[in-house]
Design a protein around this ligand. Structure first.
Ligand code: ZN
Length: 484
């Protein structure tokens, strides 16, 4: 896109809440079950069936609202969004329209070293539609099949203000959003399975212009990878249209990931096309103040707050704080290790160095570290063994590997393998003397001023003790001996 233009992007994300039952009935929300098994008269939209609100879904939506710094509206309203589509058996979707659950929030993003706040205009709750299956059947060429398992599954739609100015900003926003929802345990953020779906409103304008250009809505962006690509493609397309004297048509465009381009689908609906009106089957959603307070109290420390704390309290770099807060489980693992050992710096180094590599090699899911053989207690104990001089830093590496392989406590490993550091000076002196005798060349070189030979001699002593000698003591002993 020509640099005279500026991108204006807003995102609308549908996030599936992690409840076990649907929004207005007790059917299961389980993914991947046989088609149409998780259905009942309510979510099939049969005549006379009435919706009953799922309280757990409201609690999760409120948590999402609080996590995105929104004002939670004590009263919000269910509205019917009317449209005809075979996957929508009632002919309308129960959603929220002019009175949403939460408003006026924000998410902080970090792009090219710059922090920026992206406004969250609103969060509203709604039920999901069913799914049309156009493939996979012998007669798929002429028939479409329908699966209503997803019909009535609770969603929140999170709408940003048009504050994003590049595809990188949109990508970082989505990453932060996913992270917050995962920390709060309200959405698993899985774009491939459709539990996080994202539409992008994209327009361009001349830099410095106040008026927004005509926007298009991009749909079907079903992976994080494609967010950047789809937006960049669309920005370039719009710039080319304007450059060639054309004008942008307001429309919905589908991202085609095979051809890596957006394709016109239909002219964009306006809100009035949906003929919204309050759902007569459902009363106002009124939040009890004590209940709301309980939800507020149940909030945990969010990733951004954790990063700030790690940077300020532990003098950690932004990068390290970012790595250690990748998932809630990892952040909690670090916090616990730091607390138990009293050495946050060592805890951070061991986790970011060895432990993350082990996790990667054995495909441990960083969202669930209950599978990890090494616990915060074990790692903290090992850090203390080094601190107390029981084992050397070098031996600690061996202990770490052994802990990960066997799940044994570090104290047990040190004892079983005889890894205790040799700090008995008499014992070390003997080894030092042997090394001096065996390496007369290096000794002569050192004495003639070649300081580098000291490193070689220390290395030989470490080798002779299988790394169990305290390098500092070895250094001192060698210097004393060679000075004499
Ligand atoms: Zn149902």
């Amino acid at each position: 896109m020509d640099s005279k233009y500026e991108a204006v992007i807003g995102l609308e994300c549908h996030c599936q809440l992690l409840t076990s039952s649907k929004l207005f009935c007790s059917c299961s929300t389980g993914f991947g079950e046989p088609a149409n098994m998780n259905t009942c008269p309510v979510c099939l939209g049969l005549p006379g069936a009435l919706p009953v609100l799922n309280k757990a879904a409201v609690a999760m939506a409120v948590k999402a609202g609080l996590g995105l710094n929104c004002i939670i509206n004590r009263e919000s309203q269910w509205s019917r969004k009317n449209y005809f589509y075979p996957d929508l058996p009632k002919g309308y979707q129960i959603s929220q329209y002019d009175r949403p659950l939460a408003e006026h929030g924000s998410i902080e993003i970090l792009v090219n070293g710059e922090h920026k706040k992206i406004g969250v205009q609103r969060i509203h709750m709604e039920e999901d539609a069913g799914k049309s299956l156009h493939e996979g059947f012998p007669d798929s060429g002429k028939n479409t099949y329908l699966d209503y398992n997803r019909s009535g599954v609770p969603l929140v739609e999170i709408v940003t203000k048009p504050d994003l100015r590049s595809s990188e900003e949109a990508y970082d926003y989505l990453t932060r959003l996913k992270e917050i929802l995962e920390y709060l345990d309200v959405c698993d953020g899985n774009m491939e399975e459709g539990s996080l779906r994202c539409d992008a409103n994209v327009s361009i304008r001349l830099k410095g212009a106040e008026k927004f250009g005509t926007r298009t809505e991009l749909k079907n962006i079903n992976s994080f990878r494609f967010v950047r690509k789809a937006i960049d493609y669309e920005l370039n397309r719009q710039a080319e249209v304007l450059e060639s004297g054309g004008r942008i048509v307001q429309e919905t465009r589908l991202w085609n990931s095979d051809e890596e381009r957006t394709v016109s689908m239909r002219s964009k609906e306006e809100a009035h096309d949906y003929r919204y009106f309050p759902d007569p089957d459902l009363p106002l959603l009124v939040l009890d103040s004590d209940w709301l307070e309980d939800v507020r109290k149940s909030m945990i420390e969010l990733p951004a707050a954790r990063r700030t704390r790690f940077v300020t309290a532990y003098a950690m770099s932004d990068y390290d704080a970012g790595v250690l807060t990748m998932t809630r489980a990892l952040a909690e693992f670090f916090d616990e290790t730091a607390r138990l050992s009293g050495y946050p710096k060592a805890a951070a180094n061991w986790i970011m160095g060895d432990l993350l590599r082990f996790f990667k090699d054995s495909n441990v899911d960083l969202k669930d570290l209950s599978q990890s053989r090494v616990t915060p207690k074990m790692l903290a104990d090992m850090i203390l063994l080094v601190d107390q001089g029981t084992i050397s830093g070098k031996i600690a590496k061996t202990v770490m590997e052994e802990m990960y392989a066997t799940g044994k406590a570090p104290g047990v490993i040190v004892e079983e393998k005889g890894l205790v550091q040799i700090s008995n000076t008499g014992e070390l002196e003997k080894i030092v003397d042997t090394v001096i005798t065996q390496h007369a060349d290096a000794v002569a070189q050192y004495r003639s001023g070649k300081q580098g030979s000291m490193g070689f001699l220390v290395g030989q002593v470490m080798k002779a003790t299988q790394g169990r000698a305290n390098p500092q003591t070895v250094n001192e002993l060698l210097r004393n001996r060679l000075a004499g």
